[in-house]
Design a protein around this ligand. Structure first.
Ligand SMILES: Nc1ncnc2c1ncn2[C@@H]1O[C@H](COP(=O)(O)OP(=O)(O)OP(=O)(O)O)[C@@H](O)[C@H]1O
Length: 270
């Protein structure tokens, strides 16, 4: 069971407010998708969840407990690019996290524990369709294969929460569709909670059980950093709604309106 609670969370850098009063509860095994204009604070929200950043006000609870002060294995992350080690083979990439967790001094296991870990890693690589590429290096893989590797790497630690920061942004449409199916299946199989950032509304409603839009609800054109972004729309996008094309289309249009109603802070500054 993994419930995430943002309690009136603010993130400020000096006098610049990035997020203000972000308040929501995410149920166990939700697939939350966060949408919003460029530069509004979506990645910051993920970084807060990863504990790479601390809220300046409010708090974040994981299963009712304040989130650990530093990144821990219960939260896995996949970025748009570069989240695998280029100098390690595919298999070594997938084994590296659990090896460091089991052997913090050496980062290596030997004998039976190593064989057991390699077996688990190979099973996961087979699941994401990379078993026959286990001895290759990341630069020998396509973009979609590298992202499948990054997902396998994150899943190896059996995270309670998987954070995806525009993980399919650099992929062609066909590969993207295949990745959508894979992530949906892995989400079901691993019964984890996913929080994903994307710019793609179709993707958001196709994958998410819940979609939130964040934006600046208040604006000061003289001082854009005076106000931060907060939740401006919150859509329940359960699979039954996705299957109902008319209701899905209505929800999608409302989300598109919400995301574009206020011009992005980035475009204002441009
Ligand atoms: N360490 C930092 N110090 C100061 N400002 C920061 C810091 N990190 C992020 N910001 C600012 O926070 C704002 C939000 O950045 P963030 O990367 O979260 O936006 P985003 O919505 O993910 O953007 P994009 O969609 O373009 O990736 C930006 O204006 C950025 O400059």
């Amino acid at each position: 069971m993994t419930e995430i609670r943002f309690e009136h969370v603010w993130k400020e850098y000096g006098s610049s407010i990035v997020l203000e009063n972000v308040d929501f509860t995410l149920d166990n095994h939700e697939f939350l998708v966060v949408i919003g204009p460029s530069g509004v604070g979506k990645t910051t929200l993920l970084r807060l969840l990863l504990a790479q950043e601390r809220p300046t006000r409010g708090r974040i609870l994981l299963d009712g407990e304040p989130i650990a002060g530093e990144p821990t294995a219960d939260r896995g992350v996949v970025f748009q690019r570069y989240s695998v080690f280029p100098h390690k083979t595919v298999l070594a990439n997938v084994m590296v996290g659990p090896q460091w967790a089991a052997s913090p001094l050496l980062g290596r296991l030997f004998g039976a524990p190593k064989r057991a870990l390699a077996e688990r890693a190979m099973a996961l690589l087979a699941r994401v369709g990379l078993a026959e590429h286990a001895q290759k290096y990341p630069q020998q893989l396509s973009g979609g294969m590298q992202q499948r590797l990054a997902i396998a790497q994150a899943l190896m630690n059996q995270p309670k929460v998987l954070l995806l920061d525009e993980p399919f942004g650099a992929l062609d449409p066909g590969t993207r569709r295949a990745m959508h199916s894979l992530v949906r299946e892995l989400w079901e199989e691993h019964a984890m909670t996913i929080v994903m950032v994307t710019h793609d509304l179709m993707e958001a409603f196709h994958l998410g059980t819940r979609v939130i839009a964040i934006d600046k609800a208040r604006k000061d054109s003289q001082a854009p950093e005076r106000f931060g972004a907060t939740i401006t729309s919150d859509f329940c996008a359960k699979p039954r709604i996705v299957r109902d094309s008319r209701r899905f289309e209505t929800a999608r249009l409302r989300a598109a309106e919400a995301a574009s109603a206020v011009p992005s802070s980035a475009s204002e500054r441009d």
